[in-house]
Design a protein around this ligand. Structure first.
Ligand code: SF4
Ligand code: SF4
Length: 321
């Protein structure tokens, strides 16, 4: 594959390939989802990482490997999302990763359970130029919080949210933007108003989000219930299938996943520590996935789209037509 000449050339190619849903991608990713380590101290009910059959390497991403990855994509990169199926703040190099990417003008985003933060790390993240951090805290009482975030401490998470906010003020820093994400379930929907008040007191915006559940924890509020999950997911989070054209997911061992929804390594598209990324980006698997996502081919069991709610929605629509 011939690499784009520069960033603006790449952006034009990305725009075109997204609009046309081309099978072959001539533009390079401008966003990466990088997993700092598939490890976590919590066991959230519907997180693949909590399951026995989770089969990604449970190691941490080394700083030098992160730098190698960034070095390769740097000419085209705007954004790095430092999370997928693990807790990013459990990687002791996370602050250095943020600082390394920020120094190259790349925006960094983290989603965290906020149980593993301390004052030193808070300062490192702020000084490193972290752009945005989202705290996943679903409740204002320990009972409802831990019904989903099993093994977590609400008191610690809120204290760390306050700590980061205060550290920002102390350092007179504008970033990171801090967001509180509250997944709405049946067992915590009555706490939304109190969460709003607490967020106001902390000076942090709270966003109430729909959760993908097996139905047992589904909210009774229509906007947050588990009915029509694909449509609700798109409304709340955007369309993940676009990642096939602009943002691959890279795990700590170099595994490339075509989409952040993929939760089993057998659906990987290659490995950036063993191959050139340009040989992965348009390989047979990627081309097939793009054809599936643009409705030109039907998913089969070799790709995660066959099992994913978006792929199932696509098939149902085709059957109904
Ligand atoms: S905090 Fe995140 S990574 Fe950890 S178990 Fe929960 S959802 Fe999974
Ligand atoms: S159908 Fe699912 S797994 Fe496939 S690209 Fe879309 S979101 Fe990802």
């Amino acid at each position: 594959m011939k690499l784009p000449r520069n960033k603006s050339h790449n952006e034009r190619l990305l725009d075109r390939q997204l609009k046309t849903r081309s099978t072959f991608a001539s533009g390079m990713p401008n966003t990466l989802i990088v997993e700092p380590g598939a490890v976590c101290s919590l066991r959230c009910c519907f997180c693949p990482q909590s399951k026995q059959d989770f089969n990604f390497t449970r190691g941490l991403l080394h700083l030098r490997d992160f730098q190698r990855v960034i070095g390769y994509f740097e000419p085209y990169l705007d954004t790095v999302m430092l999370f997928n199926w693990g807790e990013p703040l459990m990687n002791p190099d996370i602050g250095r990763m943020v600082a390394y990417a920020s120094a190259k003008g790349i925006h960094t985003f983290i989603h965290s359970h906020f149980n593993s933060l301390d004052a030193a790390l808070a300062e490192e993240l702020i000084r490193g130029g972290l752009f945005e951090i989202t705290a996943s805290i679903d409740g204002v009482t320990q009972e409802s919080y831990a019904a989903y975030r099993q093994g977590g401490s609400l008191e610690r998470a809120i204290a760390n949210l306050r700590l980061l906010q205060e550290k920002k003020k102390e350092l007179r820093a504008d970033s990171p933007r801090i967001v509180w994400k509250f997944l709405v379930f049946r067992h915590n929907e009555h706490e939304m108003e109190r969460a709003r008040m607490l967020a106001g007191e902390l000076g942090i915006p709270v966003e109430f989000k729909f959760a993908v559940t097996d139905g047992t924890m589904s909210s009774t509020l229509p906007e947050f219930s588990s009915d029509g999950p694909a449509e609700k997911f798109i409304r709340h989070y955007g369309l993940p299938c676009e990642q096939l054209w602009k943002s691959p997911t890279i795990h700590a061992d170099g595994t490339v996943l075509p989409c952040c929804m993929v939760s089993h390594s057998r659906f990987c598209a290659g490995n950036v520590f063993q191959q050139e990324f340009s040989d992965i980006w348009n390989n047979e698997k990627y081309r097939f996935l793009r054809e599936v996502a643009s409705g030109k081919k039907e998913a089969d069991e070799s790709v995660f789209c066959y099992y994913c709610m978006f792929g199932r929605r696509q098939r149902t629509k085709e059957q109904d037509a």
